[in-house]
Design a protein around this ligand. Structure first.
Ligand SMILES: [Zn+2]
Length: 67
């Protein structure tokens, strides 16, 4: 990931020690109803209070547009 983090400071405790996490496996967000191609969820987590500050999928361009 080279793009800039959308969160730099915890909105809850004001901490700036942000951790990056990934969610795999059972809670995969899939873009196919029964497909095996899951999309990893990326999390930004405050390492001070543990709040999840931001979450997004790794490859948003793979999801079909609703329009
Ligand atoms: Zn915090």
């Amino acid at each position: 990931m080279t793009k800039q983090l959308p969160v730099k400071q915890c909105q809850y405790c004001g901490g700036t020690d942000i951790g990056l996490g990934w969610q795999h496996g059972e809670a995969l967000v899939t873009f196919k109803k029964h497909g095996v191609f899951g999309n990893r969820l990326q999390y930004l987590i405050c390492r001070r209070c543990g709040a999840v500050l931001y979450q997004c999928v790794a490859e948003p361009h793979k999801f079909p547009s609703v329009r």
